[in-house]
Design a protein around this ligand. Structure first.
Ligand code: FRU
Length: 451
């Protein structure tokens, strides 16, 4: 049986994982909560929040599922949300999903989306749940799809963004204000005209490099050759003028690969903006064979986000550098088996091709062409086909983090990123390169305890 259990990525101990939730740095620990369905590796069943913590982003402990659907307000699922660390506690804001039985479309009838709050000092023991808002508190021209609160402090106020679908099927963000983080009033409905997709999930708003950025996961965008290639997207707008009054600039996708959705960001103790996404895609027609083994999906590596020449750049958190283990190997031609996990670096002056595991090809046809990620082996990609990432013309800097069943590809300092799962068979994973020389650095696995 191939070893598809990841060495550098957070996975559920068993069952299903989707969005990262409640990301924060608190009391000397990183906290990563996630959408978790322990009972079913295909995600059929109510969602809980699972919880990992780590002192350094390298040694992780799974502590269980602190939030389960056990009140009338969240009995259909403890949906996505965030953490705010304040005065010795983490406040966890999330959406309580409720679905009523009956002949409903669950857009206009049959659903509740409640905004709830709990407090916790450790991510393990949580206070009783407090109901903050129900659908009756959201604007009357919203459908019942309103969810995924992201809360932060700014200018002496508490601010919250919620993702929503209007009655006219337009994606929108609701901005709320509060003096105490408990009583909230609507401050703005941000909805571009014409509509940009029918639903916006998982909004996030943060300041970086002197600008305000609004990240979200829109559904219903038109698909193109190099844009919006997946079922749903995740990306960001610069919001010059800020969240209160700013107008969104052009939309940029966070990741052009097959498996990336619903990211969330947080700030580290030393002031870095860090992003973690779900390395998965809802409603995709490709497969993850680990589901037959009892678990499915993982999160991305933590990625540092910085302002770049055309938007935001991402790079694997610098903490990962400490995992370098042994002497790098230079590959100019082919290598029968690369160590997993590893980090590969290369610079391509023009056309190149890199083939991993015999059936995953990363290539560029000319120095002007987009970079192309293509599976030529159906089983290796679980049905994944091709994705393209436009990059600046000229030389290409390539960094790849290869785990046992995933690949994160960072192009030109993370100006473009492609993430994918891949499922190699038993035995060594070969690498062949043409048009570049690769340096392969073996990495030590992270440690995961409490599983
Ligand atoms: C995004 C999402 C969120 C929701 C959660 C439920 O993947 O649909 O909008 O809160 O997943 O698991």
């Amino acid at each position: 049986m191939p070893d598809w259990r990841q060495a550098l990525h957070l996975e559920p101990p068993r069952g299903w994982l989707n969005d990262p939730n409640g990301l924060c740095c608190f009391g000397g620990l990183y906290h990563v909560f996630f959408q978790y369905c322990p009972a079913d590796a295909r995600g059929a069943g109510p969602k809980l929040w699972g919880h990992y913590q780590s002192p350094d982003l390298l040694h992780w402990t799974f502590t269980g599922a602190p939030l389960a659907p056990d009140t009338p307000w969240d009995k259909g699922g403890v949906y996505s949300g965030c953490a705010v660390a304040e005065g010795g506690v983490m406040r966890l804001y999330y959406t309580g999903n409720v679905k009523h039985p009956g002949a409903h479309d669950y857009i206009h009838t049959g659903r509740e989306a409640n905004t709830l709050l709990v407090e916790t000092a450790d991510g393990v023991h949580v206070s009783p749940k407090k109901l903050l808002m129900t659908n009756a508190d959201y604007p009357a021209d919203c459908s019942l799809h309103v969810r995924d609160p992201k809360v932060w402090r700014e200018d002496g106020l508490w601010k919250m963004v919620l993702g929503a679908r209007s009655l006219a099927d337009a994606g929108r963000v609701l901005l709320y204000h509060s003096e105490d983080g408990l009583a909230w009033r609507l401050a703005r409905v941000l909805e571009p005209a014409p509509a940009f997709g029918y639903m916006w999930e998982c909004p996030d708003c943060f300041a970086l490099g002197g600008r305000t950025w609004l990240s979200l996961s829109p559904q219903g965008l038109p698909h193109g050759e190099t844009e919006n290639q997946n079922v749903y997207q995740s990306g960001y707008f610069a919001l010059d003028g800020g969240i209160e009054t700013g107008t969104p600039g052009p939309f940029a996708e966070w990741d052009k690969g097959f498996d990336f959705y619903a990211p969330q960001t947080f700030e580290t103790a030393d002031g870095r903006r860090m992003l973690i996404g779900w390395m998965g895609m809802p409603d995709a027609d490709y497969r993850n064979p680990t589901a037959d083994l009892g678990w499915q999906h993982c999160l991305t590596l933590p990625r540092e986000v910085t302002p770049g020449p055309h938007g935001l750049c991402q790079r694997p958190a610098r903490e990962l550098d400490a995992l370098a283990d042994g002497t790098p190997v230079t590959v100019d031609g082919s290598l029968g088996g690369i160590p997993l996990p590893c980090r590969l670096k290369a610079t391509a002056q023009g056309a190149f091709a890199l083939t991993l595991a015999g059936g995953l090809e990363l290539s560029r046809a000319t120095p002007e062409a987009p970079v192309c990620l293509r599976f030529t082996d159906e089983a290796l990609g679980g049905g994944r086909t091709v994705r393209r990432a436009p990059v600046d013309a000229g030389p290409l800097a390539l960094t790849m983090v290869v785990d046992r069943s995933s690949l994160e590809i960072y192009l030109n300092g993370g100006a473009a990123v492609l993430s994918t799962r891949f499922y190699p068979g038993d035995g060594p994973v070969p690498l062949a390169v043409a048009g570049l020389t690769a340096t392969v650095q073996p990495l030590r696995p992270m440690t995961f305890t409490g599983l």
